[in-house]
Write a protein that binds this ligand. Structure first.
Ligand SMILES: Cc1cc2nc3c(=O)[nH]c(=O)nc-3n(C[C@H](O)[C@H](O)[C@H](O)COP(=O)(O)O)c2cc1C
Length: 193
């Protein structure tokens, strides 16, 4: 019998804040995946060590050490889970910086699937979703359309504790649905190769 395909997910967070709610969503996603989703593994990849994108740092088609390590993680992943807070109606600088580095030749995002979740103010980070989807067009990332998950972090009932841990059961349930949709889409894309 053929072994079941394991989908490798790289999880990326646009916030560098210690008690980040968006990071809390990724931590919860990893826990949910480990506990109740077969055939999928999520690895969190830190973006804080990447230098600012600068073509002068590219030497004969190679990149600074941290960038090479990051690009390899992206290249080896089947798909991505972005937790993208909204800064001034868009994606955050650390996330855009990471996206830009991995888009340099060869673009290691290409032909892979992705999902976005976010936590934030009155639109729950929603405007960052749509900017991220637009960026995905140029780098050939394929986002699942639904379900969408916008977490209203500052509205009652509380969604996170003071350490940024997701404590809201309904949000956990929705997060699981996002993961299942991402897994199904990633499997479909992989089977086309
Ligand atoms: C520079 C900056 C810009 C922000 N702009 C927005 C915004 O446009 N819309 C919004 O809903 N929240 C905005 N916020 C608030 C963030 O959504 C909020 O701080 C959120 O908790 C950040 O995510 P984190 O908890 O993962 O760090 C902004 C915060 C910062 C620091």
């Amino acid at each position: 019998m053929a072994a079941e395909a394991v989908i490798k997910v790289v999880a990326l967070c646009g916030s560098l804040r210690e008690a980040s709610y968006n990071r809390g969503l990724l931590n919860a996603a990893m826990e949910i995946c480990k506990d109740s989703i077969k055939g999928m593994e999520i690895e969190y990849v830190d973006l804080s060590l990447l230098p600012f994108t600068n073509e002068d740092l590219e030497v004969n088609g190679t990149y600074p050490g941290e960038v090479e390590v990051f690009r390899k993680k992206i290249e080896e992943a089947d798909c991505f889970l972005f937790a993208s807070p909204e800064y001034n109606y868009s994606v955050t600088a650390p996330l855009k910086n990471a996206i830009d580095w991995a888009s340099r030749p060869p673009n290691v995002w290409a032909d892979k699937s992705a999902a976005i979740v976010s936590a934030g103010g009155n639109f729950g980070g929603g405007r960052a979703h749509y900017h991220l989807r637009q960026i995905g067009i140029y780098i050939d990332l394929h986002f699942i359309n639904k379900p969408e998950l916008f977490v209203f972090a500052f509205e009652s009932p509380p969604k996170f504790d003071s350490n940024g841990v997701l404590i809201h059961e309904e949000t956990k349930h929705k997060l699981r649905s996002v993961l299942l949709a991402l897994q199904a889409f990633a499997l479909r894309l992989k089977s086309q190769v």
